[in-house]
Design a binder for this molecule. Structure first.
Ligand code: F6R
Length: 242
């Protein structure tokens, strides 16, 4: 495990974007595993800026997103489809056929999830997987207690995730109660993993996940066993481990 400490969120966003850019420069047809959430927003803005400046070319890149709410139409303002298109895909020259996000509109979980794992294998696996970390140690939508052996699957969102995400929806009723997510096994099969963490509220879970026991109760802790894992955090997020 490598740990990179950055000054603040701006510095984190720029350095993490540099690592993704390096991957694309070294392998123009790279397969990037992408995350949503608040942490990668600055990083995606840099990728767009560098593409517009002519420094990056996404024409051969493939992207595979971690997760999507089940039952939310693609164009819903809170869908991860919407997030990814508005923050990144609409602004770069990625081929539409190279973009993969679990299909939240597919009602059959087996169809949605098995097809996703087959697709990941078909494109040759993920070269670099970007991750954020939840306050309870979740990665993707893999909540505490999730078996490490799972591939892409359907999850019931926990009370803590529902509570954390409720602010994005008009009411609790409107909020999806399930999601499709890559499993921990899928994530661990990525050749490289880069986690970004920002802010003091992440400090405790970062310490628990990477300096504590490897346990399904803290899903991110399995990354301690990944052969090429980088944790990049700002000083606030890393304050308990520096
Ligand atoms: C997003 C995802 C989640 C987030 C995590 C951290 O696709 O899978 O696991 O990475 O909830 O979210 P933020 O960055 O908002 O703290």
């Amino acid at each position: 495990m490598k740990i990179v400490c950055t000054k603040d969120y701006q510095d984190l966003s720029r350095k993490a974007a540099m690592l993704l850019s390096a991957q694309i420069i070294m392998k123009p047809n790279a397969v990037l595993g992408l995350a949503t959430g608040s942490t990668p927003i600055g990083l995606y803005a840099h990728l767009v800026e560098w593409y517009q400046r002519g420094d990056l070319d996404f024409s051969e890149v493939t992207t595979i997103n971690l997760d999507e709410y089940r039952g939310l139409p693609r164009d819903h303002a809170q869908s991860y489809h919407h997030y990814m298109y508005t923050r990144l895909f609409h602004h770069i020259n990625i081929h539409p056929d190279h973009i993969h996000i679990p299909d939240g509109a597919e009602p059959d979980p087996l169809r949605a999830c098995a097809a996703y794992d087959v697709m990941i294998q078909r494109v040759g696996g993920i070269d670099l997987q970007l991750l954020g970390i939840g306050l309870d140690g979740h990665i993707g939508f893999n909540e505490p207690g999730t078996a490490f052996e799972l591939g892409t699957h359907c999850v019931d969102l926990t009370e803590s995730t529902l509570a954390a995400n409720q602010r994005f929806f008009a009411s609790r009723e409107e909020m999806p109660k399930q999601a499709y997510t890559m499993g921990v096994k899928t994530i661990m099969q990525a050749k490289k993993v880069l986690m970004v963490a920002s802010g003091k509220e992440k400090a405790e879970i970062v310490k628990k996940a990477f300096f504590g026991r490897v346990t399904p109760q803290v899903p991110a802790s399995i990354l301690q066993m990944h052969p090429d894992f980088t944790l990049m955090g700002d000083q606030e997020a890393l304050q308990r481990i520096l």
